[in-house]
Design a protein around this ligand. Structure first.
Ligand code: 13P
Length: 258
């Protein structure tokens, strides 16, 4: 299975800054077998970065941070995943910032996962418990609820097109005070997710669905997180905005794989 290194830039960098940043990455990143690198810039930067990547014949992929689940229509201000076809290969869905700041529900996410699959864009479905939920011992229930809330209509064939990202909400943005997740805690949650997948879709899907970890990943902890059993890559926020850090993490992924 591939190792996925995905940088989620969130609402950072102007179009010009994104392009300069990508130029730096293009100079420093060498393609490596088995490592899939994707960046999720702001929606407005997807098109120019797509052109830049094409010109450089780069294997770096683009990921959208958001989209609306309908394909076309009278939805002022929205961008559909249909409009992103050919531009983005991946789509982040269910990020906790969308759930908690923008009120996205399992019902919305179910429609988004279906729309991404319908449009041949790989959904990266984020799930994860808050600190309170963890403290009240509800982690397993939350993971199950978020997983199947979004996947309830996904059949045994389409589940093979889905990537899961485990992002405990309490571990996102440690630079702003969040805690760092311990590898053992992550391992336990990954095990839970795989056992839920097994129950619904069977052993093969449970073993072969890529599961990424996200939450304050940096070059100091990326090696440890990448070696957690069942982790197939990283979804990186803050550190993906620092080109040296992002490149270091990619290099670590290459070393862990070799
Ligand atoms: P940080 O790496 O900044 O904690 O963000 C993680 C995240 O939310 C990635 O989607």
């Amino acid at each position: 299975m591939k190792t996925y290194i995905v940088g989620n830039w969130k609402m950072n960098l102007t179009v010009g800054e994104s392009s300069i940043y990508l130029q730096k990455l293009l100079k420093r990143i060498r393609p490596a077998k088995g490592i899939e690198i994707a960046i999720a810039p702001s929606l407005v930067a997807l098109q120019p970065l797509g052109v830049q990547l094409e010109r450089a014949k780069s294997k770096i992929k683009l990921c959208t941070q958001n989209f609306y689940h309908r394909d076309f229509g009278a939805y002022t201000g929205e961008v559909s995943v249909t409009q992103l076809r050919g531009l983005a290969d991946y789509a982040i869905i269910g990020h906790s910032e969308r759930r908690y700041i923008f009120g996205e529900t399992n019902k919305d996410l179910k429609q988004k996962v279906a729309a991404a699959i319908r449009n041949n864009i790989t959904p990266i479905l984020c799930i994860g418990e808050t600190e309170n939920e963890r403290n009240f011992g509800e982690t397993a229930d939350i993971l199950r609820d978020e997983l199947f809330g979004a996947l309830s209509e996904i059949d045994a064939e389409d589940i093979k097109k889905v990537i899961i990202a485990y992002e405990p909400v309490w571990a996102i943005s440690s630079t702003k005070g969040a805690k760092l997740a311990a590898p053992d805690d992550i391992a336990e949650s990954i095990k839970l997710i795989r056992s839920e997948l097994k129950e619904i879709y069977g052993k093969e899907v449970s073993e072969e669905t890529p599961i990424l970890y996200g939450g304050s990943v940096n070059p100091n902890n990326a090696g440890a997180y990448l070696t957690i059993p069942g982790v197939n890559g990283l979804l990186i926020g803050g550190s993906s905005l620092i080109s040296d850090h992002f490149v270091d993490i990619i290099d670590l992924a290459k070393r862990v794989r070799s």
